[in-house]
Design a protein around this ligand. Structure first.
Ligand code: UD1
Ligand code: UDP
Length: 390
């Protein structure tokens, strides 16, 4: 039996893990044993627990309870905890998602113990090294054995960085395999879409009308921690709320910053605006429901910009660049950074736009199955546990 350790920590990783855990349960219950390690990077109930209950993910076998801290401290604590568990559990693979500090910690700990790394969401690049996520994803990719890219662009990025597209199994850290397999978040969106319709009450609870509101999320450090950027974004949202309701599930990072003294006046203005609906972070089914019914999405989130696309909605991206270049190339998303004028211009553009096309560019909804099959095939070819530390 193939034993894997999946490391999760931040909200989107818990959601991504649902796709792989579901595919294990449905297709390989007797072939794959999965242990889940939660680093504790996200810990509020509405940033973590709510997803396990709602998405049917097995509860973590271990929680490192690392919590929030500066990058070095947080990552170091995670490495220490993950290393200990890897030595104890001796998995055949470690599975890592995306580009958070939890991803980086898993990659460092596993690579030093010669445990093969499976990186899901490999190859994505913003080409902006000021982003902590860019550092995390580049490092993780270059330590990985199996690299699964959700997009063609991600696959091409890996080739450009020297990965051999003609490598054949047995794959190992010195002979990594790269694959373009589609997006597990798309798998999830298809799977949970109908469930969201039947279970979520968020539209009714907030007296929202389909296509009569904008959904927005903001959490990138460059947008929350640079005063001018935060002000530009929220002033643009206030302006837009003069035309249409704005629904804002607030990431705790953003809420903390808005509550600080230097943003007091701005926060008061937002809170007293009847056309801005401030929410605590919502569950995934509620989020899907909000995304499906919105007229437009305004976000700096990687996951939310893609989900806007999955549900055929235009998106204003509050970043100067994106790893998901395809959605910009289709004309369905516009990069605005934290530039007030660009945000308003993009809003006006989409307000007057109808009949947009959303070609299927994120796979067939079966990326998780492909990933698991490739892992199993490589494990069988490998034929022994020679990669394991002693
Ligand atoms: C992290 C990831 C980012 C990802 C995001 C998803 C890194 C470097 N960043 O950013 O790539 O897009 O998660 O949401 O890994 N906080 C709470 N409660 C929580 C979690 C966080 O109050 O449950 C607050 C704390 O004040 C914390 C701050 O949010 O300091 C930031 O949390 P952190 O996990 O460091 O970064 P994110 O901005 O969430
Ligand atoms: N999400 C959610 N509730 C929220 C905000 C986001 O369930 O209040 C989901 C969203 O649908 C997406 C994922 O969280 O699947 C994106 O996470 P986030 O924006 O925190 O991080 P990123 O994708 O930018 O790394």
């Amino acid at each position: 039996m193939l034993k894997i350790i999946t490391v999760i920590g931040a909200r989107p990783q818990i959601i991504k893990a649902a796709a792989i855990s579901r595919a294990i349960k449905n297709n390989y219950p007797a072939k794959i044993q999965e242990l889940i390690v939660h680093t504790g990077q996200h810990y509020d109930n509405n940033m973590s627990n709510v997803f396990f209950e709602e998405l049917g993910i097995p509860l973590p076998d271990y929680n490192l309870n690392v919590g929030s801290a500066r990058h070095g401290i947080q990552t170091a604590r995670m490495i220490e905890g993950i290393e200990e568990l890897l030595i104890k559990e001796k998995p055949d693979y470690i599975v890592l998602y995306g580009d958070t500090n939890s991803t980086l910690a898993g990659a460092v700990a596993a690579s030093k113990l010669n445990i093969p790394i499976v990186h899901i969401e490999a190859g994505l690049r913003s080409y902006n090294r000021k982003m902590p996520e860019e550092i995390n994803r580049v490092t993780c990719d270059h330590l990985s054995t199996l690299l699964f890219s959700p997009t063609k662009t991600g696959y091409e990025n890996l080739k450009r960085e020297g990965f051999n597209q003609n490598a054949t199994s047995h794959y190992n850290p010195d002979n990594p395999g790269i694959f373009h397999c589609g997006d597990i978040m798309y798998d999830n969106s298809l799977y949970f879409s109908d469930l969201a319709e039947s279970r979520s009450k968020i539209i009714e609870q907030n007296n929202l009308v389909k296509d009569k509101y904008v959904l927005s999320t903001v959490h990138r450090d460059h947008n929350t921690d640079v005063k001018e950027n935060l002000e530009n974004i929220f002033n643009a949202l206030i302006k837009i709320s003069g035309t249409i309701k704005v629904v804002l599930p607030l990431h705790p990072r953003t809420k903390n910053v808005l509550k600080a003294d230097k943003h007091k006046a701005l926060y008061e203005k937002i809170k007293s605006n009847d056309n801005i609906i401030l929410l605590a972070p919502v569950s995934f089914l509620d989020m899907i429901s909000l995304e499906k019914n919105a007229a437009l999405v305004i976000t700096d989130s990687g996951g939310v910009q893609k989900e806007a696309y999955f549900f055929n909605n235009p998106c204003i991206i509050l970043r100067p660049e994106t790893e998901w270049v395809e959605i910009v190339e289709t004309g369905n998303a516009i990069l605005c950074g934290a530039d007030y004028d660009k945000i308003i211009e993009a809003f006006n553009h989409f307000e007057n736009q109808d009949k947009m096309k959303f070609p299927k560019i994120f796979g067939d909804g079966k990326a998780s199955e492909f990933i698991l099959k490739t892992m199993i095939d490589n494990f069988i070819i490998q034929g022994n546990n020679s990669h394991k530390f002693t």
